[in-house]
Design a protein around this ligand. Structure first.
Ligand SMILES: Nc1ncnc2c1ncn2[C@@H]1O[C@H](COP(=O)(O)OP(=O)(O)OP(=O)(O)O)[C@@H](O)[C@H]1O
Ligand SMILES: [Mg+2]
Length: 319
């Protein structure tokens, strides 16, 4: 439904987007995750036809955003970083105005406007002037205008920015509800957003895609080896030596610096589940097995790992 191929955007000497490629399938909700300045807004502006790319191409619903901009825009709803509201219009007047611009038939206009007002929970504000709305309501009116012409594709730039916790939950529910019928790309630098709303995540850093996967796979994949947290009461016996001998175990390290705590991190070969063997070994030795659980990397740790630069060996200057 959305296809982005080798997209690059340069502003003078700044490369804001650097050879970005990804696809979004019909009905999918894709999270576009990255720190400030990563290139999220720039990519979205290109996808919605607001700015041209320096290189590469993008299609939305089968239409090239550069060559067939009108067809592509007709199928796209866009919530920009700052929703484009007219301060002197009431919310209802503004939405009616947007409906006209977007070519919603006169007979349907009233129904459509009512429908999006309900869906985005802005009924209370329908007669308020846009210029007098709070940040959270401006954001919701922005979302209302994006879905007004019922577009197949929604491009939402930080849809929950500036919302209070209750509004965040409502907006996430709304977006999840829109998935399936709509294909959605939403940008965020907030992690719970992607794990709770998105089926797939593109992590972007300094204009480059650094990872693409489901939230679950990202946490699992980047973890590398499988790690278990094991706590035993071994009465002072040498636990690391014993557990390292269990088939499949590659490394055992103290999980707690206090001496004699009995807590260990046990790493095993990738994809190998050694929990049964470990438990059997511990119990057979007559030790007490107090705890045994997988240690998963949180998406937060994954995000930090892929967006925090480490001195990469291959980039080091050759001697
Ligand atoms: N009009 C412009 N002229 C020059 N540089 C720009 C322009 N717009 C964006 N940039 C630069 O491009 C880079 C990417 O910016 P972009 O707004 O796409 O990031 P972002 O991921 O949306 O960040 P944020 O999370 O802060 O919204 C930044 O280095 C930014 O300074
Ligand atoms: Mg941005």
């Amino acid at each position: 439904m959305i296809e982005v191929q080798h997209l690059t955007k340069r502003y003078g000497r700044v490369t804001a987007v650097d050879d970005v490629s990804f696809r979004v399938e019909r009905g999918e909700i894709l999270g576009f995750l990255g720190p400030n300045g990563a290139g999220k807004t720039t990519t979205m502006r290109i996808l919605t036809g607001y700015i041209p790319a320096s290189e590469g191409r993008a299609t939305v619903a089968g239409y090239d955003v550069f060559d067939q901009p009108i067809e592509a825009k007709r199928r796209t709803g866009y919530l920009p970083e700052t929703p484009p509201l007219y301060p002197d219009m009431t919310v209802r007047e503004y939405l009616d105005f947007v409906a006209r611009i977007k070519g919603v038939a006169a007979a349907e206009r009233r129904t459509r406007v009512d429908a999006v007002i309900q869906r985005t929970h802005i009924d209370d504000m329908a007669t308020r002037h846009c210029g007098k709305l709070s940040k959270g309501y401006r954001q919701r009116v922005g979302l209302a205008q994006a879905i007004l012409h019922n577009p197949e594709v929604l491009i939402l730039d930080e849809p929950t920015a500036g919302l209070d916790p209750k509004q965040i939950i409502e907006t996430r529910d709304l977006i999840r509800g829109l998935g399936g019928d709509h294909t959605i790309v939403l940008s965020t630098h907030i992690l719970p957003e992607v794990s709770q709303t998105c089926q797939r995540v593109v992590i972007i850093n300094k204009g480059r895609v650094v990872a693409v996967d489901t939230p679950e796979n990202l946490t699992a994949r980047l973890q590398g080896a499988e790690t278990l947290y094991v706590e035993v009461d071994a009465g002072g016996a040498d636990v690391p030596t014993a557990l390292t001998a269990v088939p499949g175990v590659t490394r055992v390290a103290a999980a707690d610096t206090r001496p004699g705590s009995g807590a260990f991190e046990v790493e095993s070969e990738r994809g190998r589940d050694v929990r049964r063997e470990l438990a059997r070994d511990i119990v057979t030795r007559g030790w007490g097995l107090l705890e045994l659980r997988p240690m998963r990397m949180s998406l937060e740790e994954v995000f930090l790992q892929v967006t925090t630069e480490e001195p990469a060996a291959e980039e080091a200057p050759r001697a």
